[in-house]
Design a protein around this ligand. Structure first.
Ligand code: EPZ
Length: 417
């Protein structure tokens, strides 16, 4: 086990390159079981959630190999068997539900499990798949699904990202036309659809709230390059805001980052764009940015909420953060208070004041919250120890190593005691 030791107030000055998106590659890996041939994925990030997912594919009988940033999956030997828990409270294992139904007409896998963000139910997934004629039951922490998905008009009562992905994965080989209404519009949905089209799927409308899927007999192998990770890019933007200095971020896709960039410029950051990159210059003082509300895409992303709250806490404030997507995603508040921030929570709203944060012993409790603690520590006076960095490794390849490349003073040390 290891911790980060972060020495605050060392301005960044450098360039970082964004790698492949966790929340795109995970559903794409699940979708590879639908393929009749070998799949080659490029720009894949080395993350613990990716290795958990490869373990699941191996246990299902696929042959997988991860070389550099390329993953090869040969699904020839894939068979229908229960998906054992892939380790960790991995939410994205639930994408195997749609993929295995599409391939075998049955699936048995663990409930994704509650995590630190709230209950994480799957009622929207279940209702959607039942509309497609699948029998789905949940019992004893497991999901049991039986029946070939049938084309249908499906309505999501909330544009759940995972439910959207599961319906698409179940529908691509279901004879007829499935129309998915109130679909999630996140860019990772688009990446999944482009990947499935590269295998021969017939899908239209992704990025909007109505997606039309025409089932095909067979999907073939393909080669596909995963999109850049917009949340990693946004995390880097927040890091330079608190550490100070200047950072150039390559493979930043402007439409994916508009909302975060708008908030950071309200905090005083200077943001300049070029075709495939963004440069952020930190302000001398982080100014109050008013109220920020998380929402579904293209709204302000919930996965950037903790990191931006850390930026808010490095300024006097008051700034307000409202979390509309998850019922409990303020895990970093007690940690920021320990650094000297004054944060008042009522329900989904946090009023943030700060400005003179000092280093402290900090504990990560979830993936993005862990990254946010590093962001806060970069802007604090003195030294902080961040433990629980295994959470950060789920979604970041080597957060400390990358920020070090840009001038941050962060050490990785054995966990204390
Ligand atoms: C995906 O989770 C992402 N994970 C999350 O990123 C991200 O925060 C989330 O989408 C929202 O953008 C992956 O892609 C692997 P949802 P998902 O279904 O699919 C409720 C990260 O840090 N809900 O859109 O689980 C749910 O509880 C992770 O990378 C139901 O009530 O998100 C939540 O409050 C964290 N019933 C809200 O909807 C359901 O059946 C959004 O969930 C499904 C969801």
């Amino acid at each position: 086990m290891e911790d980060y030791i972060v020495f605050g107030k060392h301005p960044l000055d450098g360039k970082l390159k964004v790698y492949g998106a966790k929340n795109a590659v995970l559903p794409i890996l699940a979708g590879s079981v639908l393929s009749g041939g070998v799949v080659l994925l490029k720009n894949c990030p080395r993350l613990s959630d990716v290795s958990y997912t490869l373990d699941i594919l191996d246990r299902l009988g696929c042959k997988t190999a991860f070389d550099g940033d390329e993953i090869i999956i040969n699904p020839a030997g894939v068979c229908s068997r229960p998906v054992a828990a892939g380790g960790g409270d991995m939410r994205s294992s639930v994408n195997f539900l749609g993929a295995l139904l599409g391939r075998f007409g049955e699936a048995e896998l663990p409930m994704p499990g509650g995590c630190r963000l709230g209950r994480r139910p799957i009622d929207i997934h279940v209702r959607a798949l039942r509309t497609m004629g699948v029998k789905v039951e949940t019992a004893g922490g497991m999901i049991y699904a039986k029946g070939w998905p049938k084309a249908a008009d499906v309505y999501l009562d909330f544009p759940s990202v995972g439910a959207t992905e599961n319906v698409i994965l179940a529908a691509v080989t279901a004879p007829g036309i499935t129309v998915l209404n109130n679909a999630a519009r996140e860019p990772e949905i688009g990446d999944l659809c482009r990947f499935l089209r590269a295998m021969g799927a017939k899908i239209r409308g992704e990025g909007g709230d109505m997606i039309r899927i025409e089932g095909v007999e067979r999907l073939d192998g393909c080669e596909y390059t995963v999109m850049p990770d917009r949340i990693v890019a946004a995390t880097y933007m927040c890091a330079v805001m608190t550490a100070g200095g200047r950072l150039e971020i390559e493979n930043a896709v402007r439409p994916h980052l508009e909302e975060t960039a708008a908030v950071l410029s309200r905090c005083g950051g200077e943001i300049s764009w070029a075709p495939d990159r963004v440069t952020v210059r930190a302000p001398g003082l982080i100014v109050p940015c008013g109220t920020v509300r998380t929402g579904v895409y293209p709204g302000f992303p919930t996965d950037c909420q903790s990191q931006v709250m850390a930026v808010m806490a490095c300024g006097p404030g008051p700034s307000v953060m409202i979390e509309n997507i998850f019922e409990s995603r303020f895990n970093i508040v007690p940690e920021l208070r320990r650094m000297g921030a004054d944060i008042r929570i009522s329900g989904r709203e946090a009023v943030v004041r700060g400005g003179n944060l000092h280093g402290a012993e900090l504990r990560a409790a979830d993936l993005r919250g862990g990254a946010a603690l590093v962001v806060a520590a970069l802007g604090a006076e003195g030294e902080s120890r961040v433990s629980g960095i295994e959470y950060i490794a789920r979604g970041y390849r080597d957060l400390a190593g990358e920020l070090r490349q840009a001038g941050a003073r962060i050490e990785t040390v054995p966990t204390k005691g």
